[in-house]
Design a protein around this ligand. Structure first.
Ligand SMILES: C[S@@+](CC[C@H](N)C(=O)[O-])C[C@H]1O[C@@H](n2cnc3c(N)ncnc32)[C@H](O)[C@@H]1O
Ligand code: SF4
Length: 375
């Protein structure tokens, strides 16, 4: 079992908080599609596993036209062994989801849409320089549902400077009213060199309050629990049957290949990533060469990575796997070290062989994981 990720590095405008790789000029879009097709062909023998999930992310993959989707799908299906019922997700911005686009997505066999809504308040959307309004976002969801899309997820950001307890509750209530089966919700991170960082520095936007984010995380967790959602990963909630198969396979260390500038790949002990520059990426592929850099992960790095992803999920980490994958020494380190100390404080559950972080403490998870790192 494996996953494919396609990174479409273009956006209509730059959201103030975002530091993902994208360009607001679409001049190179046609060449980019050709370059990504070449990358798909050049790497066709990298994986022997069947592809069970395909994820189109970005940037804004919903701004592509029919021909771009069709060409990339055609190349992908021609060169990769795709399973019988793959999960095929498209990250979509609300302003792209008109009736025609939704119909096209269905015809192209996308079966999951991830809509970046971020907030149902116009002042927050404006503050973040989003293209769409709250109403646009709501109608986009309703249109996708009317067209028959069931597997829908949305993104909401908490801990925003202009937010407060009742505004956040409204966001979660709106999500629940819309009867969407999956939610990804992230705490606003002030990334370096973003417009958000600058605007906070010059006092145009208030600083992010950690305490507000903490409260909103718990409000969200409680409201989602009361409504039958499974909090299966730090930032993800699903109704039964609607977990993201693609993301779960990342967290369970299944191999994946990422195509397009800045996309990462992982297979066994190797991590690789494409150059985060559209022109350089296109130039390499035009010359028939990959724009990839590779890194061989050490046992220590793989163990730390395993903790980083595993402990953020409800499945936690498996001590048997720690021994078989990283060696006895590592297992002793894990068990004897910080683990007992953390266990005494009820931060971790120990369930036979599985070690799971108590979700009540997810908000402080980075500190917990750092205590268990092999340094
Ligand atoms: C990189 S975006 C791509 C999806 C799509 N372009 C959109 O804007 O909805 C994926 C998600 O990451 C989240 N995100 C990006 N930057 C973030 C930040 N600095 N803090 C919190 N969440 C962030 C947003 O929720 C966003 O929907
Ligand atoms: S949040 Fe999405 S739309 Fe906004 S700049 Fe980032 S990738 Fe583009």
């Amino acid at each position: 079992m494996a996953g494919l990720y396609l990174h479409i590095p273009f956006c209509k405008q730059k959201c103030h908080y975002c530091d993902f790789h994208f360009s607001v000029s679409r001049r190179q879009l046609p060449e980019m599609i050709q370059a990504m097709k070449r990358e798909l062909v050049l790497r066709k023998d990298e994986l022997t596993e069947t592809i069970e999930t395909i994820y189109w992310g970005g940037g804004t993959p919903s701004l592509l036209d029919e021909r771009a989707y069709a060409e990339l799908f055609e190349t992908l299906y021609k060169h990769y062994k795709v399973g019988e019922e793959p999960e095929i997700t498209l990250e979509a911005n609300p302003d792209d989801l008109d009736k025609q686009k939704i119909k096209l997505l269905q015809d192209l066999s996308f079966n999951r849409i991830s809509i970046g809504i971020q907030s149902f308040h116009d002042d927050e959307l404006q503050m973040m320089n989003r293209v769409h309004t709250a109403k646009d976002a709501e109608y986009a969801v309703l249109r996708a549902q009317d067209a028959g899309f069931q597997n829908i997820t949305i993104d909401l950001i908490y801990g925003m400077p202009q937010s407060n307890a009742s505004k956040w509750e409204y966001n979660v209530e709106k999500f629940l009213q819309l009867q969407i089966p999956h939610l990804s919700s992230y705490a606003l991170t002030v990334e370096s060199k973003t417009a958000l960082e600058h605007l906070i520095k010059i006092g145009k936007i208030a600083a992010v309050e950690e305490q507000l984010a903490f409260q909103q995380f718990h409000t969200l967790r409680n409201m989602m629990k009361q409504n039958g959602f499974d909090h299966y990963e730090l930032s993800n909630y699903a109704l039964p049957g609607f977990q993201s198969r693609h993301n779960v396979s990342y967290w369970k260390e299944k191999p994946y290949l990422g195509f397009g500038p800045s996309a990462h790949s992982f297979h066994e002990t190797t991590r690789s990533w494409n150059v985060s520059n559209n022109a350089q990426y296109i130039k390499h592929l035009d010359n028939g060469e990959l724009a990839l850099e590779y890194e061989q992960l050490s046992v220590q790095e793989r163990y730390n990575e395993y903790l980083m992803t595993g402990l953020r999920t409800k499945w936690g980490v498996d001590t048997r796997k720690i021994e078989s994958n990283f060696g006895k020494e590592c297992k002793i380190y894990f068990e004897k070290g910080a683990l007992k100390y953390l266990n005494n404080q009820q931060l971790l559950y120990i369930n036979n062989y599985e070690i799971v972080v108590n979700p009540e403490f997810y908000f402080s998870i980075d500190g917990i994981i750092a205590d268990l790192f092999w340094v």
